[in-house]
Design a protein around this ligand. Structure first.
Ligand code: NAD
Ligand code: MG
Length: 383
């Protein structure tokens, strides 16, 4: 069997490192062609020596000399800077691009990969939040498949196997509720970065962990789901499920519901996206009913966790609004991680930025780039 050759953008992060562990376990199926990292040169070098990609990219140009000095002797090509990402994803030798980098930075390289006809395993949900219409349309035009890595969307995608011709009535995205589930606004005023970074069920990068604590992650996922599955906002429901065992559900027009279940472990959705349409044997820990005698479900609290409501509103308004929301969110999360704003202030700044930013109904790529910059300016001014 010929191996699938992977470009892993963001290989040093939470998804990137787990993807590499999947590659190691399934080494007769996959090989690594490209690895990229933003600033963790040491780990990138270590990964490159183990996986022997053709090319690596280090985002921070000042780290180029260090990475080159370490990898040239291994005959691994080294590039630096953001533009290199868009070039390496287009290489003939790449079969599939895993977008495991975080934030808006994923948009341009994902579009470049689509333009080159590469299928995408998409972890970088921000790409679809910012420019879902443009990205999914371009994928359609190019005949490119986008395989979701996000666990909820992977669950929906798995439930849809063999059902793509059937009409979806609605989908239900499950949310763990994060570390602050059930807390009041009075308590949330005082929560710290350290508390927010302790997710009960998942070990993830800092940005998505804060997004999970604020429920913004679920808001971004609602927008992501709209574009992945071609749904209307009112067809996408969120339910809080603290055990994170039911990863999401689809309800068809006959009322039948399908769910995908398993222990919370991102390696499974990563493997499914990389190997699609095949399921591969593995040694991941298996679910045991007796460990979870009670699976529970609650309504999300949209008044306390305003971000989820802001995301629904942004989706409803459409145009560049989700792009603005995403940009402002990246700014406030970064500020929260630097102790510059409080937990609840993040939503206040988002709401203000959404009000002040110029609305564009049918944005082009240039409009998205301009809206992202404008929203970052406005949000930064408020910090
Ligand atoms: P992370 O912070 O652990 O890793 C991010 C990776 O992206 C690193 O390799 C870093 O070097 C690279 N990177 C950071 N900034 C960059 C930039 N400006 N340009 C290029 N590369 C850059 O993040 P993560 O938790 O692995 O999340 C990655 C993506 O996957 C996010 O979009 C996140 O929402 C999504 N996701 C993550 C999980 C999870 O369990 N971690 C689950 C679902 C979805
Ligand atoms: Mg998710």
């Amino acid at each position: 069997m010929t191996k699938k050759r992977l470009a892993i953008l963001g290989s040093t992060g939470s998804i990137g490192t787990q993807a590499l562990s999947v590659v190691v376990a399934q080494n007769e199926r996959f090989e690594v062609e490209v690895l990229t990292a933003h600033s963790n040169a040491d780990l990138l070098i270590e990964q490159a020596i183990v996986h022997q990609p053709n090319v690596v990219v280090i985002g921070e140009e000042s780290l180029y000399d260090k990475v080159y000095a370490a990898l040239d002797v291994h005959h691994i090509k080294v590039y630096a800077g953001d533009e290199a990402l868009s070039q390496v994803v287009q290489m003939d030798s790449v079969d599939l691009v895993l977008t495991a980098l975080v934030g808006y930075a994923g948009l341009i390289p994902t579009l470049a990969a689509i333009d080159a006809g590469k299928n995408i395993a998409l972890a970088n949900k921000e790409t679809l939040v910012v420019a879902g219409e443009l990205v999914t349309q371009r994928a359609k035009d190019k005949g490119v498949n986008i395989y979701p890595v996000d666990s909820e969307h992977s669950a929906i995608f798995q439930c849809l196997a063999g059902e793509f011709h059937n009409t979806i009535e609605k989908i239900t995205l499950t949310a763990s509720g994060g570390p602050f589930r059930g807390m009041s606004r009075d308590t949330l005023i005082k929560v710290t970065k350290a508390q927010a970074l302790k997710h009960p069920n998942w070990d993830m990068g800092a940005k998505i962990t804060i997004d999970s604590a604020s429920m913004m992650n679920k808001g971004l996922e609602v927008i992501e789901a709209k574009w992945l599955f071609g749904l209307k906002p009112e067809q996408i429901e969120v339910i809080v499920h603290p055990q994170s065992i039911v990863h999401s559900l689809v309800q068809f027009e006959d009322g039948s519901m399908k769910a995908q279940l398993g222990l919370p472990d991102m390696k499974l959705p990563i493997q499914y996206a990389l190997a699609y349409p095949d399921r591969l044997p593995n040694n991941f820990e298996r679910f045991n009913f007796m460990d979870y005698p009670n699976l529970t479900f609650e309504q999300p609290d949209l008044e306390t966790f305003r971000n989820l409501q802001l995301a629904y509103d942004a989706l409803e308004k459409g145009g560049n609004t989700p792009c603005v929301l995403n940009a402002a969110n990246e700014v406030v999360v970064d500020a929260f991680l630097k102790d510059k704003v409080g937990f609840l202030q993040m939503s206040d700044i988002l709401a203000d930025t959404l009000q002040k930013c110029t609305f564009v109904k049918r944005p082009s790529l240039e409009d998205y780039i301009a809206s992202d910059a404008e929203a970052r300016r406005i949000a930064t001014d408020k910090i």
